[in-house]
Design a protein around this ligand. Structure first.
Ligand code: ADP
Length: 844
C-alpha cells in the first residue's frame, strides 16, 4: 500500500521533471533568441531610417533618385553571416531592394523615414527564422533525450532500490504480524493467565486464560482499564471473599510496592486460589502470571494434614510400642528375678523331700515342689515371650544338622512318651540337606514344645516326627518339620486362634494338663522371626498335626558352615610354619575344664602349651621358659590375671612386647578397660570359641593386636552370654553349645573334657557342701565362679546360671539359702548330666 503511493508520487515527480527538461529548454531558448533577434532587427531598421531621413530632408522630392545606397550602414560584423534583406519603400513603391529572398519563415521589422513634410517612406528589414528554429529544434531534441535518460535512471535505479527496501519492509511487516499472531496464540494457550500493566497501572496485555480467570470480556481494549477499575469491578461482582474488606486498596498497594518480584495468593469467593507471581518491568509497570492453584494447594493442604495425622499416628504407635516394650522388658526382668528365689524354693523343697518326713508333710512338700516346678516353667515361658516382644531375641546363624536336631528332641521326650506307653517314631527325608545354617537352639525349642504338647495330649497310640525337604536350590532349602499325634485333637473353632497369644484359655484343659498357654505363641513368634510359618490341622478325638516350614541356607556338611574358620586355621598354620619352630603358648587358667578345652583347641597346630593354674605359676613359668604368647584368665586364685599382667609389664624391656591375651567371662566396657589398663593386648570372651581364639592368635603373630577396647567379637560374645544368661534355664543342657564345642575339639575332645568336668564338679559340689558354715565366702565365690565357667563351656546352662547366682550372692547369702543353692546346683548338675547327648554318655 505504502509502496504503491510512494511509487506513484516518485513517478509523477519524475515525469514533471522530464517534461520540464524536454519542453522547457527549447521553449526558453527559442523565446529568448527570438526576442533578441527581433530587437536587433528593429534597431537596424530604425538606424537606417534615421540616416535616410537626414539624407532626404535636403533633397526634397528627389531623395528617391539619389539614394546613397553605398552609404547605407552595414550590419554589425558579428551579424555578417546572418542573411538580412532590406527594402526601402516610399508609400507602396519599392525604392530599393537590397539582398536576396530569404528562406521562410522570416521576421520583418519596419522603421519610418521622415522629412519636414512628415512621413515620406519606410525601411523594412527582414531576417530568416530558420537557423533559430533549427537550433531550437536541436535543443528540444537534446532536452528530450536528456529527460528520457533522466526518467530511465530515475525509474530504473532509485525506484528499484526503493522497491526493494519497500519489499523488505513489507516482509518485515508480515513477519512481525505472523510473529504477533504466534505470540498471541502462545499467550492464549498458556495454562496460566498472563497480563501486563504499564507504569500508569493500566492493563496493556492479557491472554485468554487471564480474561477467563477474571471473567473479563474477550474483546477488552488495550491499553485497557486500570488495575483499580478491574479490582473494583471484581469486588462489585462479589468475586472476593466477603470478609476481604479493603481488598481493593490492599491489592492496589500491594501492586505498587517497589519490589523486583513478589507473589500473592488471591482467594476467591468461589473457593479458587490463584497464585499471582509478579515481576517489575524496566520501563515501569509489571508482568503477572496467574496460576489457578486451587487443586494443588488443596492437595498440598490435604497431604500436609494427612502427613501430620500419619506423624501423630506414628508417634502414638511408637509410644505404644515403647510402652509395650517397656512392659515386656519389665516382665522379662521380673520373671528373671522371680526365677532365682523360685529356684531356692525348689531347692529347699527338694532337700526337705530327702529328709525323714511323715506322709502328709511329704505330700504337702511334694505339692510345693511340683507347683514350684510348674511356676518356674510358666516364668520361663513369660520370660521368653517378653523377650521376643521386647525385640531382644537375636538369632544365631550356625551350621546344624536337621537330623541330629530331631534326634535331640526325641531323646528329651522319649522317657515321658515311654512312661505313657506311646510310640515315638521319626521319618527323615533322605533328600534333606546334611547341614543347614540357622539357630538350631530356637528351632529345637519350637519342636520340643510341639512334641511335649503331643505327648501331653495323647493317651493312646503314638507320635510321629518327620523332617522333609520341600524345595532345594543351590543355596537354600525349604524344610518342613511335622509332629503328628493320635491325641485328643482340637475343636475346629479353636484352630484359628491356636497360635495367638495366651491361646490356652480353655480352663478345663489348663486344669487338667497344666501349662501357660504361651508355648505355641512363642513358637509362632520364633518361626515367623525366622521367616517361616507354623500351622496345625486337627480333628477332635483323632489327633493333631503341627507343621513348621522354614527356609534356610544349607551347607554340604557341618564343616561347610565354618569355611572362614578353615581360612583362619590355615593362616595360623602358615604363621607358625614361618616361625620355623612350634608356637609357645602359656595358658594361665585355673579351671581344669577350660584348660583342657583351650589345649584341645590348639592341638591341631604346631604349638607347645604350658598350663599355669594361677598368676604365681604363670609368672614363674615365664621366668623359666620363653613364650610367644600368654593366654591369661582374669579370675584366678592368688594372683589374678590383671595383677600378673601388671607385674609382667612392670619388668619393662622385652616384657613390654610379650603379647598377653585376656580370657574372661566378663566382657563389659569396664572389664575391657581394666584389661587395657593392666597392659593386655587382646581380649577373648568366654566361653572361648575356637575361631575367635585362632584369629586372635593370627593377629598377635602378625604383630597387630587389636586395641582391646575395639574387640567386637568380645562385645558380641558378651551380649551373647547375656542372652544366654537371660535364657530360661529350664533346659538343663544346651546341646547347641556342646555340639559347637564338638565341632571345635572333636567328640573325643569333648568326652575327655567332660570326664574332667564331671569329676571336678562332683568334688566341687562336695567342697561347697563342706563350706556350709559360710566361714570362707571368698572360696565359695571362687568355686562358684569356676563352676559357672566350666558348666557354661559345656552347655550346662542351668548349672552355669545357678553357679552365677551363687557367685553373685556369696557375700550376703544365709546358711539356709546357701544350702538350698548348693542342692539346686547338685540337682542341675545331675539333670544336665542325664540330658547329655547319648554319644557323650561314655564320659559320665
Ligand atoms: P501350653 O504351654 O499350655 O501347652 P501351648 O501354647 O503349647 O500352651 O498350647 C496351647 C493349647 O493348645 C494347649 O493348652 C492345648 O489346649 C492346645 N494344644 C496344643 N497342642 C496340642 C495337641 N497336640 N493336641 C491337642 N491340643 C493341643
Amino acid at each position: 500500500m505504502l509502496s504503491a503511493s510512494v511509487r506513484r508520487l516518485v513517478g509523477v515527480i519524475g515525469v514533471i521533471a522530464a517534461l520540464l527538461v524536454a519542453a522547457g529548454l527549447p521553449l526558453g531558448y527559442g523565446l529568448s533568441a527570438y526576442r533578441i533577434e527581433t530587437e536587433l532587427l528593429s534597431f537596424k531598421a530604425r538606424s537606417d531610417a534615421e540616416r535616410l531621413s537626414k539624407f532626404a530632408r535636403p533633397q526634397g522630392e528627389s531623395w528617391r533618385r539619389h539614394l546613397p545606397i553605398a552609404e547605407m550602414p552595414d550590419l554589425p560584423a558579428d551579424d555578417a553571416a546572418r542573411p538580412v534583406r532590406r527594402r526601402i519603400l516610399a508609400g507602396d513603391e519599392v525604392v530599393a531592394d537590397l539582398g536576396e529572398a530569404l528562406p521562410v519563415p522570416v521576421i520583418v521589422r519596419t522603421a519610418p523615414i521622415t522629412a519636414d513634410k512628415g512621413l515620406i517612406g519606410r525601411v523594412e528589414i527582414e531576417a530568416s527564422m530558420r537557423p533559430l528554429l533549427e537550433r531550437t529544434a536541436a535543443i528540444a531534441l537534446a532536452g528530450t533525450a536528456l529527460a528520457a535518460l533522466g526518467l530511465f535512471f530515475l525509474f530504473a535505479f532509485p525506484l528499484r532500490t526503493v522497491d526493494r527496501a519497500l519489499g523488505t519492509l513489507s516482509r518485515h511487516d508480515q513477519d512481525t504480524t505472523a510473529q504477533n499472531v504466534r505470540f498471541q496464540a502462545a499467550l492464549d494457550n498458556m495454562p496460566q493467565g498472563l497480563c501486563m500493566f504499564d507504569s500508569e497501572q493500566r492493563l496493556t496485555v492479557a491472554n485468554r486464560r487471564f480474561l477467563e480467570m477474571h471473567k473479563l470480556p474477550s474483546e477488552l481494549s488495550v491499553p485497557g482499564p486500570s488495575l483499580r477499575a478491574l479490582l473494583v469491578n471484581a469486588a462489585h461482582r462479589g468475586d472476593f471473599r466477603p470478609d476481604d474488606g479493603d481488598i481493593v486498596d490492599e491489592l492496589v498497594a500491594d501492586f505498587s510496592r517497589p519490589d523486583e518480584t513478589w507473589t500473592r495468593t488471591l482467594e476467591f469467593a468461589d473457593g479458587r486460589l490463584i497464585v499471582v507471581s509478579n515481576r517489575r518491568m524496566p520501563g515501569g509497570g509489571w508482568v503477572s502470571v496467574h496460576e489457578d492453584a486451587t487443586d494443588r494447594l488443596r492437595v498440598d493442604a490435604q497431604r500436609r494434614r494427612a502427613e501430620a495425622e500419619a506423624m501423630q499416628l506414628r508417634q502414638q504407635e511408637r509410644a505404644a510400642e515403647l510402652a509395650n516394650r517397656a512392659k515386656s522388658e519389665f516382665l522379662a526382668t521380673m520373671s528373671h528375678e522371680i526365677r532365682t528365689p523360685m529356684n531356692a524354693v525348689l531347692g529347699l523343697a527338694a532337700t526337705l523331700l530327702d529328709a525323714d518326713l511323715g506322709a502328709e508333710e511329704r505330700a504337702t512338700i511334694a505339692a510345693i515342689h511340683e507347683s514350684g516346678e510348674s511356676l518356674l516353667r510358666i516364668l520361663n515361658d513369660v520370660l521368653d515371650y517378653s523377650k521376643i516382644e521386647a525385640g531382644k531375641l537375636a538369632f544365631e546363624e550356625l551350621a546344624f544338622s536337621p537330623a541330629i536336631l530331631i534326634e535331640h528332641v526325641i531323646t528329651v521326650l522319649r522317657p515321658r512318651a515311654q512312661s505313657k506307653q506311646l510310640t515315638l517314631t521319626t521319618e527323615i527325608d533322605p533328600k534333606m540337606p546334611p547341614a543347614l545354617v540357622g539357630d538350631a537352639g530356637r528351632l529345637r525349642q519350637v519342636l520340643l514344645n510341639l512334641l511335649s504338647n503331643a505327648v501331653k495330649f495323647t493317651t493312646t497310640g503314638g507320635i510321629v516326627v518327620t523332617a522333609r525337604c520341600l524345595t532345594k536350590t543351590s543355596e537354600r532349602a525349604s524344610v518342613e518339620w511335622t509332629v503328628r499325634d493320635t491325641g485328643i485333637g482340637i475343636e475346629p473353632e479353636r484352630l484359628a486362634t491356636m497360635f495367638t497369644d495366651f491361646a490356652q484359655t480353655d480352663a478345663s484343659i489348663a486344669r487338667r494338663y497344666g501349662g501357660s498357654g504361651l508355648g505355641l505363641a512363642i513358637s509362632r513368634k520364633i518361626v515367623e522371626q525366622m521367616g517361616g510359618e507354623i500351622s496345625v490341622t486337627s480333628s477332635p478325638g483323632t489327633g493333631s498335626t503341627f507343621r513348621v516350614v522354614v527356609g534356610l541356607p544349607w551347607a554340604d556338611s557341618l564343616d561347610l558352615g565354618e569355611r572362614d574358620d578353615h581360612k583362619s586355621i590355615a593362616t595360623l598354620k602358615a604363621r607358625i610354619a614361618a616361625l620355623g619352630r612350634p608356637l609357645r603358648v602359656l595358658i594361665a587358667e585355673d579351671n581344669p575344664t577350660n584348660q583342657l578345652v583351650t589345649v584341645k583347641m590348639l592341638r591341631q597346630f604346631d604349638v607347645t602349651t604350658h598350663v599355669a593354674a594361677d598368676g604365681v605359676e604363670a609368672l614363674s613359668a615365664l621366668d623359666r621358659m620363653a613364650f610367644d604368647v600368654v593366654l591369661m584368665d582374669i579370675h584366678m586364685p592368688e594372683v589374678d590375671g590383671l595383677q600378673a599382667t601388671r607385674m609382667i609389664r612392670k619388668r619393662g624391656g622385652e616384657w613390654l612386647n610379650l603379647p598377653i591375651v585376656a580370657l574372661t567371662a566378663n566382657a563389659f566396657a569396664q572389664d575391657v578397660k581394666a584389661c587395657r589398663d593392666a597392659g593386655m593386648d587382646e581380649f577373648v570372651a568366654k566361653p572361648v570359641r575356637k575361631d575367635v581364639l585362632v584369629t586372635t592368635l593370627v593377629r598377635v603373630l602378625d604383630g597387630r593386636p587389636q586395641a582391646v577396647e575395639k574387640v567386637p567379637a568380645a562385645e558380641k560374645a558378651a551380649h551373647a552370654r547375656l542372652r544366654d544368661h537371660a535364657r530360661p534355664a529350664s533346659a538343663d543342657m544346651d546341646d547347641h553349645v556342646i555340639t559347637e564345642l564338638e565341632n571345635e575339639i572333636g567328640t573325643d575332645g569333648v568326652q575327655e573334657t567332660l570326664a574332667v568336668f564331671l569329676r571336678e564338679t562332683e568334688d566341687r559340689i562336695a567342697r561347697l557342701r563342706a563350706l556350709a558354715s559360710l566361714a570362707d565366702r571368698a572360696t565359695i565365690r571362687g568355686e562358684a565362679h569356676t563352676l559357672k565357667g566350666a558348666a557354661g563351656t559345656l552347655g550346662l546352662a542351668r548349672l552355669s546360671e545357678l553357679a552365677r547366682t551363687l557367685e553373685k550372692r556369696a557375700d550376703g547369702i544365709n546358711a539356709t539359702t546357701y544350702l538350698a543353692a548348693v542342692e539346686s546346683l547338685d540337682a542341675a548338675f545331675r539333670e544336665g548330666r542325664a540330658q547329655m547327648p547319648e554319644r557323650f554318655h561314655t564320659a559320665s
